[in-house]
Design a protein around this ligand. Sequence first.
Ligand code: GLN
Length: 538
Amino acid sequence: MNKFIFVSGGVCSSLGKGVSASSLGALLEGRGLNVCMVKCDPYINVNAGTMSPYQHGEVYVTDDGAETDLDLGNYARFTSAPLSRANSITTGQVYDAVIRKEREGRYLGRCVQVIPHITDEIKSRITAAAKEDPDTDVVIVEIGGTVGDIESIPFLEAARQMIHECGRSNALSVHLTLIPEVGGGELKTKPTQHSVQAMQEMGIQPDILICRAPAMLDGATRRKIAQFCNVDTEAVFTSYNIDTTIYEIPLIFFDQKLDQVVLRKMGVESRHADLDGWYSMMKHLKSQQGTVRIGIVGKYMELHDAYKSVYEALFHAGLDNGVRVELVKIDSTPLEDAAGVKNTLDSLNVNGILVPGGFGQQGINGMTNAARWARENKIPYFGICLGMQVMVIDWARHVLGWEDADSSEFNQDTRHPVISLLEDQQEVKNYGGTMRLGKCGSVAEPGTLILAAYGEAHIFERHRHRYEFTNTYRKEMSEAGLKLSAFTPDGALVECIEWPDHPWGLGVQFHPEFKSKPTAAHPLFRDFIAAAKKKNEA
Ligand code: GLN
């Protein structure tokens, strides 16, 4: 039988519930257990695919093409738990499924209600996710939102039922709260007490509390929290503020014996802990020397979460190259004209430019100009999805001299639609889940940067886009020097392009950022940062 751990949050949002759940997953994996990670999201969108990055940060894509919440990216970076559409459950999916069944008459005339029909659907989805891998030992279920929110009640109720049905040693509640500091540095436990009371009102007694606090809680504070909240003192943990990296959190929890307490409460015999990968990652962090400055030119710059996996992958690549990566966030809109490009990019002193993915016309010409600037000034450049498409537009406009060249996403009337829709995308009307999504194969050509990075020709990466390199321009583009360096296995689509006579200029149609880990940087990010480092040293 699987063991379940339900991770909930109280007091306020943004306490790092996803990172805490992921860190716990990492610790349990370190103890040799197979972990399954599930995210329950209380929003009514069927998935995150239709949400603007401003609303909800990045959309994380799984191999099977699910457009999920960015917390799945944390799970992927901290653990090796397999992730698919089964691991992301939203209110939208749950109601959609229940309403479909009701229309099919499958409830046999009964009145369909939140309890038991919605909660049953949630429970069966959690159980189904656990069964995706027959070797799963522990299922960590993160419940989005904050206890007390109307939206998350059905998920907490499903958790309550599962804890009751499985028995306390098979299902635990881990609750994350905030210990604020007020006045002259006094730590306040009252919000935590109230948050635990809100859990108890839902019928759930937390077994373990993780308290987000400015500094490590002392014994007296932990005892006080334990006493008021009905938990053991040894089960009160601190997630204190750190200035290193979120990847230190598994080690911070390990030092406090979080995994030991969890194993004991679940009746799993203690095993040797292997956290070598995490310790060596911290060693790499401490031995980094120097800094490279990477300009990220995009349009969702105010919100760190919008390009989360890209930023994390750059950090991983810095660890691998022994150099700190400083992110210089550049809004593409002011780069639309030549003066803007010069004023901004010439003075920023960046060692590399990265243009990430995106949708819609705003800021496109600025991104195209940034690509041109990097090409002409021989600054390492990495284009991801839209970032590759703007490389193509730049090449057509400024090397081939087709001034009106564009993607048909932005200009339907251009005479040179160098990026365009595939035929099977032309009739698509529905926005959810209709792009080219998920894992696809590519084959790298000999003598290319992409082949050098991966060290093998056959590559598997994830996609999330509608538009493609227009095949009718292949000949003219490559005769003008642009290298078409990887294709789909059937040769039908261009997957990677590279600039000639340039230190490192590469664009990919897929999203490599989703597969990078702190303990294993993605090869393209690694080589991009290596090129930027070289540029800096030169
Ligand atoms: N908007 C572009 C497309 O749909 C690029 C998408 C992306 O960068 N993810 O093809």
